[in-house]
Design a protein around this ligand. Sequence first.
Ligand SMILES: NC(=O)c1ccc[n+]([C@@H]2O[C@H](COP(=O)([O-])OP(=O)(O)OC[C@H]3O[C@@H](n4cnc5c(N)ncnc54)[C@H](O)[C@@H]3O)[C@@H](O)[C@H]2O)c1
Ligand SMILES: [Zn+2]
Ligand SMILES: [Zn+2]
Length: 341
Amino acid sequence: MRSVLIENPGEVRVDTVDDPVLPGPDGAIVQVEQTAICGSDLHFYEGDYPLIAPISLGHEAFGTVVEVGSQVREHAVGDRVVVSSVAGCGACDGCSTLDPVTCVQGPVIFGCGVLGGAQSELLAVPAADFQLLSMPDDLGAEAALLLTDNLVTGWAGARRADIPAGGSAVVMGLGAVGLCAVRSALALGAETVYAVDPVAGRRATAAASGAVGLDPSELGVLTEQTGGRGPHAVIDAVGSDTTMSSALSLVRAGGTVSVVGVHDLNPFPFPATMALIRSVTLRSTTAPIQQAWPELLPLVRSGELSTDGIFTHRMPLEHAAAAYARVAERSADCVKVILEV
Ligand SMILES: NC(=O)c1ccc[n+]([C@@H]2O[C@H](COP(=O)([O-])OP(=O)(O)OC[C@H]3O[C@@H](n4cnc5c(N)ncnc54)[C@H](O)[C@@H]3O)[C@@H](O)[C@H]2O)c1
Ligand SMILES: [Zn+2]
Ligand SMILES: [Zn+2]
């Protein structure tokens, strides 16, 4: 089959690799229809994580089941399915919460070297009943892809920010995750959402959803705009030293910083005394994909949570190298790309 591979930072290629085999009797093979590039894939592309051997990239996909193991109950060959980007064993106490993050075997993300990459023609899915969502006929491609990861991530970031009804929240970073966090914070009852990104076009996209755009150099105005106290919550959809440090100092005393952006592998200089004196709550999480589906699917299908305008490009899988280069520019016009398989 064809698959997107990375061997060195900045070098993505499409190559032929062995077809995946059924990962046990509870597993399935999904023929990928469409897949997408995520900011998390860029951590490999930009050299944030070491690459010991070539890995097959990608963790966002929907497609059709082409093979199932004997223990799969909920899905059959021919079903159209959305695949969770995060996998759990599906059988342990942790997975009984539906949150793969709490799997006792540890959550595993597709396309990071252990499981196959979703930017491939075929994807082997272990514990298929746990990892797969039957795709309703009225669910569009963009919504399906966002439900594999970025919408759940933005939603979890906003939920865990504990924004009081009528309160204020800041979202740092307006890639697909940050844009989803902006929409989620507003849907969860935030009165004012400040959307921060150095790219003006991305701020404009957030403003079209009802947020107030701010360049990172303008963060100083937030104290005054929140009556001298600072915002109730800051959602960090970047996860850098810069954004986490500003989030911790910007948030009001007693407020919450909710991190979903992924930091590099270096330690973060946490301002422990300042956070303690100001009673700041710091939360961070990998997206609880399967747990959020029952809540998010109705909101997405009814249009209460819009998934429009986040994908900006569609390209064939064969053009993955060009697509990665475009996404890594983090420009105003190219935010998120679908790869058609
Ligand atoms: N927690 C999870 O489960 C989960 C899931 C998906 C993605 N992620 C992570 O979320 C992050 C964002 O992903 P994405 O796909 O939206 O990526 P992205 O790279 O498209 O978006 C990052 C955005 O942050 C902006 N930015 C950079 N520096 C900034 C600063 N100092 N202040 C404000 N904005 C700044 C960039 O201009 C860009 O628009 C990545 O780190 C990704 O790995 C986490
Ligand atoms: Zn992702
Ligand atoms: Zn488990």
